[in-house]
Design a protein around this ligand. Structure first.
Ligand SMILES: [Zn+2]
Length: 100
């Protein structure tokens, strides 16, 4: 039996690996990148492990597709907020620069 804490650790590492693979494959295979992201989300839900914030910003909150700046993602700054526009589902997500 693998203890729960160890399971979570493994899950977290797998999520990181999947995102690294997604990043690599996104250059020439967006479909594959999306599949890696889907897998990462499944692991995250199954083991109740959060997707690290740094990676989370590369997934569309609405359609969960992998976001590539300049290709499937348009980012711009407005009123001290980061505006993300997903070209896949055409939805906008706003990120404040700081959480204060
Ligand atoms: Zn989207």
């Amino acid at each position: 039996m693998i203890p729960k804490s160890k399971q979570k650790q493994i899950a977290k590492e797998r999520i990181e690996t999947l995102f690294n693979e997604a990043k690599k494959s996104s250059k020439n295979n967006l479909e594959l990148a999306n599949r890696y992201v889907t897998l990462a989300r499944k692991i995250s839900m199954k083991y109740k492990v959060k997707i690290p914030l740094g990676y989370k910003r590369f997934i569309c909150k609405y359609c969960y597709s992998y976001l590539i700046p300049g290709r499937t993602l348009r980012a711009r700054v407005k009123n001290k907020k980061l505006i993300y526009y997903c070209t896949n589902c055409k939805k906008i997500k706003r990120y404040p620069f700081s959480k204060r």
